[in-house]
Write a protein that binds this ligand. Structure first.
Ligand code: GAR
Length: 225
């Protein structure tokens, strides 16, 4: 899809630790995927992910949402900053802000999010606690294209994690995060290679529409999952 002269450009938005960002940096560094992280932008100046990016020579910007009068004004500033890089893909990697419809529409079909549940279950926060409270047998993580619905949007890929009888929110979160770091680079690779795209509200992979769950990886065979 891209010639060698045109390495796909990614802008990553974060709010916190940036372990998913790190997984993408590592995937590019190891040659697993060909892409350039043009910039990392955080709404929290203290986000650890900004340090991770800087230490790899990636440009960073902190736009503190508390300094803007409204959600709209903040999103306009974000769009201005993002658009200076003309990215092929915007990656939300633990970006904990509700997006305005204008923002979502601007990057429709070229913005991915990762959410720590088997969507459509458990949108929003505290997903691990909620899965445990519901006595679910299975939990996991989803990468999806972003639409105006919070943690909604067509699903690209899910990793399934079994809940163990002695799990607590921390132990479960750790196993889910390990899967996040597998499926997010994979989804980004598929997108940047032109294998996966959004078409009429459906995720199409290698020319075929995916089921509603997206591609599913089952990590239950792994001893550590
Ligand atoms: C990840 O667990 C991601 O799934 C979650 O935030 C965490 C960020 O971690 N995202 C959401 O809950 C989005 N609704 P990281 O900063 O270490 O990548």
């Amino acid at each position: 899809m891209y010639s060698e002269a045109e390495t796909p450009r990614i802008v990553v938005l974060i709010s916190g630790s940036g372990t998913n960002l790190q997984a993408v940096i590592d995937s590019i560094g190891s040659g697993e995927m060909t892409a350039e992280i043009s910039a990392v932008i955080s709404n929290r100046p203290e986000a650890k992910g900004l340090e991770r990016a800087s230490s790899h020579g990636i440009k960073t910007h902190a736009l503190d949402h508390r300094e803007y009068d409204s959600r709209e004004a903040f999103d306009v500033a974000m769009m201005r900053q993002i658009d200076t890089y003309q990215p092929d893909l915007v990656v939300l990697a633990g970006f904990m802000r509700i997006l305005t419809p204008d923002f979502v529409r601007r990057y429709e079909g070229r913005m991915l999010n990762i959410h720590p549940s088997l969507l459509p279950k458990y949108r929003g926060l505290h997903t691990h606690e909620r899965a445990l409270e519901a006595n679910d047998a299975l939990h996991g993580v989803t990468v999806h294209f972003v639409t105006e619905e919070l943690d909604g949007g067509p699903l690209a890929i899910q990793a399934i994690v079994a809940i163990k009888p002695d799990d607590n929110a921390d132990s479960l979160a750790a196993r889910v995060q390990a899967q996040e770091h597998v499926i997010y680079p994979l989804a980004i690779k598929w997108f940047t290679e032109g294998r996966m795209r959004l078409s009429d509200g459906l995720v199409v992979f290698d020319g075929q529409p995916l089921p509603e769950t997206g591609m599913q990886l089952d990590s239950r065979q792994d001893n550590n999952s």
